[in-house]
Design a protein around this ligand. Structure first.
Ligand code: FES
Ligand code: FES
Length: 927
């Protein structure tokens, strides 16, 4: 029997139970959560904690064979019980091996944060029912949330757990296009992946941040030293006075405006004003109501209108009218074109805050190593973190090492700093390892959100459906700090036309500061909000000219060699028309189906079908955007790929390796992967803006091609020669002659390799002029979705029946991973359309803030179009952001198709849908 080593609490009792078939005895408070016992005391970190409140299911374990949320089970209740965690499933159940293989082959684990809980719930089901129906699978995993996959691949993996799922292992030169199992997948299904909260350095202290309870308030500290003295176990209190460097950070250096700790006035509810550092258990027991701070609440600016009032106080002194930044793209003469248009439609649309709701809350630790600070945390942007932490600590960037852990979902929010400055400051000051894990509430109140948007549009067309003009303007509530507000304001005007030819165009945007939580990057950088407006207006235009809504889009779709609204001529690889055309037969079938249903309906249910298109530029908007990849050939013949792109679940570890392998002409099995770590991988930029497959993939292709060229040069062989990688030698075959290069005799270079090649790729873009004209992106991805919905006219509820998604990905490097991105994007788009809205100060948990669960996500059919990019690696384009954009407008258009009401404020919650139906019945509807 194992005994957990942990100092006993005053109220501790000895609790004996069994974990994974092994007897354990812990001395613990009987009220202590089982999840804490498993993770902290027994080191079984496969059990994840996403909420500590029974809402997410990440902590699901088996208690006497039944799935339970370990965070809700008091340790005292498990005496004499049998607990099985993900680590023990293999020995417990013969179905588990099949489940693991099925999860891997189906691509059911993306970030992997939900995977242990899913596997436990699925095992419990399959032990009782070897051949469950789909509805039974959905019921079984209904309590486990996943934010990445859209559940469909998880459901498929469970249904197919009984079938053989042997992994594919492509031959040399055949990796691109293969449904390769993700290279980092094994640890995810074994529960051994290390996320931000999964490692605790010996003797690490904890940090607890004191945050503003008010949207806007001045504050004054009392006697901080006495507070420390009164709390044994508390070592230190940090405030703004303790920041040794520049107390101002931000993801875009030119707009950096955020302090680590507020100075005298908190600008939003949840802003940090101080941090208490000390023994982690002591910190948990500290009553923050006793913290010595006096607050003076001030009237906050909550809305864009309030913030733009001429007499409104400035949230940042140097920003007039609380305007962070404006964006603008203009071409042609939009006013004239609207006057001359045969048909003009106009409308206003509004969207709210959306929470990222990744399953892994922010976590990590920092420690001082000599004259360096080392930070291990979940992040999407290690090099950006490094630069900001160096600035905050007043040291050279080279003195900061950032080691990203596995990331349990990011979707844009983990581009910004979270735990890093608090842990780094404390570790630097105390020369002790310091760890921090955000609670779910802390994550929700303090991290960035999707920008709320207020959008106004006028669009004109000819009688025969040719789109002639679009006038678009949008204000975005960017919250208290800049974060990615400039990116949203700059990207939206480029994209608000949608993937259509619009000769006369004006799009203006404004990012406005308020005293609410900062809005930042969230999958699509504002484009999903713009698509909600533009795609609904285009439906109205199509209706007014009497055209089929899909045919209207096909008629106006961008094509090769036609100019975009920024004057960019994309040349080849414009696949939007192909996406729409791929949907045509499905659209017609769906239209016929809903017509039949509605004709026969005599109750409150009506069905509708909607379509929407999208385009999305891959990478930064008109800004440098480089990735550098290093590849080294070892003397044993193995190839080491140093790629710093952080895999947040989307699959860059796998996709970039597939690209590199085919560029070298070596099998995947020959590669060892070294992923993001600022000390050992070159900078591959941030994981955002659908840039990793395109930009880092291209750099990997270039580096791989150079390695192959160098090998051939050393062998004196031509470019068509075949290279085989043996143990310590290369075998180069050209025509009928074979040469053997012995690697062990070659000298090692500074990196320890016999050959090292490095390549940097920076997409060819140009700055935009004052009218937004130029080349903002080298490559765009395109897509279109059809949504079929059923609306209950009496309740206002909307059920999505099916989504069909066609995406032009240029070249499908790994179709399974691409489908996973599409399905996950559809689920997030569905949430945005129907249920997700965050109100600062309310519902700061996953109980009140609802995201789609398995039962909410319908069948999703993915259609992959491959219209190759002339620039992308093997023609590839991005897919991560693209996938989410068309879903919400397709659903909203389908609601209109079903019941004839236009939902102008998103999400289309039952109360809003019902109110719109009532207004229409009473003759008040404008839609
Ligand atoms: S951590 Fe237990 S349900 Fe979320
Ligand atoms: S894979 Fe499910 S939360 Fe990321």
């Amino acid at each position: 029997m194992a005994t957990a080593e942990r100092p006993p609490a005053a109220s501790a009792t000895t609790i004996t139970f069994s974990v994974n078939g092994r007897g354990v005895e812990v001395v613990a408070d009987g009220a202590r959560r089982l999840s804490r016992i498993l993770r902290d005391d027994l080191g079984l970190t496969g059990t994840k904690v996403g909420c500590d409140a029974g809402d997410c299911g990440a902590c699901t374990v088996l208690l006497n064979g039944e799935p339970v949320c370990a965070c809700l089970v008091p340790a005292g209740q498990v005496a004499g019980c049998e607990i099985t965690t993900v680590e023990g499933l293999a020995q417990r159940s013969p179905v588990h091996d099949r489940l693991q293989r099925s999860f891997l082959s189906q691509g059911a684990a993306q970030c992997g944060a939900c995977t242990p809980g899913m596997l436990v719930a699925a095992t419990a089901l399959l032990e009782k029912n070897a051949s469950p129906a789909e509805s039974e699978v959905m019921d079984a995993i209904g309590g486990v949330l996943c934010r990445c996959t859209g559940y469909r691949k998880i459901i498929r993996a469970i249904l197919q757990a009984g079938t053989d799922a042997s992994p594919i292992s492509p031959s040399a030169g055949e990796a691109v296009g293969a449904r390769l199992v993700r290279l980092d997948g094994k640890k995810k299904v074994e529960g051994t992946e290390i996320f931000g909260a999964d490692e605790i350095p010996s003797g690490a202290l904890g940090v607890r941040v004191v945050r503003s309870p008010y949207h806007r308030a001045r504050f004054q500290f009392g006697d901080l030293q006495s507070f420390v003295g009164d709390h044994p176990g508390v070592d230190l209190i940090l405030t703004a006075a303790d920041v040794p460097g520049v107390d101002c950070y931000g993801v875009i250096p030119k707009f950096a405006d955020q302090p680590v700790f507020a100075h005298r006035e908190a600008r939003y509810r949840g802003e940090a004003i101080a941090a208490i550092v000390g023994n982690a258990e002591v910190l948990e027991s500290v009553d923050l109501a006793e913290f010595p701070v006096r607050w003076q609440e001030l009237p906050p600016l909550r809305t864009i209108e309030e913030a733009l009032e001429p007499n409104a106080p400035r949230i940042h002194d140097h920003r007039d009218n609380n305007v962070l930044v404006r964006g603008r793209v203009v071409c042609g003469d939009v006013d004239k074109a609207l006057v001359e248009a045969d048909v003009v439609v106009e409308g206003e649309f509004e969207t709210g805050y959306v929470e990222h709701a990744y399953i892994e809350p922010e976590a990590g630790f920092a420690r001082r190593v000599g004259d360096m600070i080392e930070i291990q945390a979940c992040t999407q942007s290690p090099y950006m973190d490094r630069n900001d932490i160096a600035k905050i600590l007043g040291m050279a960037p080279e003195k900061v090492r950032v080691i990203p852990t596995a990331v349990g979902g990011g979707f844009g929010s983990k581009l910004d700093l979270s735990v890093q400055p608090f842990t780094a400051l404390a570790a630097w000051k105390l020369n002790r390892a310091v760890r921090m894990v955000y609670s779910r509430t802390e994550s929700i109140v303090s991290t960035t959100k999707r920008h709320p948007a207020q959008m106004r549009l006028r669009a004109g067309a000819t009688r025969d459906g040719k789109l002639t003009a679009l006038d678009f303007s949008a204000d975005f509530n960017t919250g208290a700090y800049s974060s990615w507000g400039p990116t949203v304001a700059g990207r939206v005007p480029v994209h608000a036309s949608g993937p259509y030819r619009v000769a006369n165009y004006r799009a203006t945007t404004c990012a406005v500061h308020t005293n609410l939580v900062p809005a930042g990057a969230f999958r699509g950088f504002g484009v999903p909000q713009a698509a909600i407006a533009q795609e609904q207006i285009y439906d109205e235009l199509a209706d007014r000219v009497g055209m089929d809504r899909l045919e209207f889009r096909i008629l106006n779709a961008l094509e090769d060699h036609t100019p975009t609204v920024t004057g960019q001529v994309l040349g080849e690889g414009v696949g939007i028309r192909a996406c729409f055309e791929a949907l045509r037969t499905k659209w017609q079938a769906a239209r016929a189906s809903v017509a039949r249903f509605n004709a026969a309906a005599d109750g409150p249910l009506r069905r509708g079908v909607g379509v929407a298109g999208m385009w999305y530029g891959c990478g930064n908007t008109s800004l440098p955007n480089p990735s550098t990849v290093r590849i080294g050939l070892k003397c044993d013949g193995r190839i080491v790929l140093h790629q710093g792109a952080v895999d947040i679940g989307q699959g860059s570890n796998t996709v970039v390796t597939q690209i590199c392998a085919d560029a070298v002409g070596a099998p995947i099995s020959q590669f060892d992967l070294v992923s993001g770590d600022t000390a050992i991988t070159p900078d591959c930029g941030k994981t955002s803006a659908s840039r990793q497959t395109f930009v880092t993939g291209k750099a990997a292709h270039m580096a791989g091609s150079r390695l192959r060229a160098e090998i051939l040069k050393q062998a004196g062989a031509c470019t068509c020669a075949k290279v085989e990688f043996g143990n310590g030698e290369l075998i180069v075959t050209e025509d009928r002659s074979t040469k053997r290069l012995s690697l062990s005799q070659l000298p090692l270079d500074e990196h320890g390799y016999v050959i090292t090649c490095e390549a940097t790729f920076d997409p060819p873009i140009t700055p935009l002029d004052e009218n937004g004209q130029g080349i903002p992106y080298a490559v765009f991805g395109f897509g279109a979705h059809i949504a079929e919905v059923e609306v209950d006219r009496e309740l206002g509820t909307v059920r999505v029946l099916k989504v069909t998604a066609a995406h032009d990905v240029g070249r499908a490097i790994n179709p399974t991973l691409i489908e996973g991105q599409i399905e996950g994007g559809v689920a997030q788009g569905l949430g945005m359309a129907l249920m997700e809205e965050f109100f600062p100060g309310k519902g700061e948990n996953l109980h009140d803030y609802l995201i789609p669960s398995a039962g909410d996500v319908p069948e999703i059919e993915s259609i992959l179009i491959e219209d190759p990019s002339p620039i992308g690696p093997f023609g590839a384009k991005g897919i991560g952001e693209q996938a989410v954009i068309p879903t919400a407008p397709a659903i909203l258009n389908a609601i209109h198709d079903a019941v004839g009401v236009r939902i102008r404020k998103v999400p289309a919650t039952p109360d809003r849908v019902r109110a719109a139906i009532l207004a229409k019945e009473q003759g008040e509807d404008r839609g």
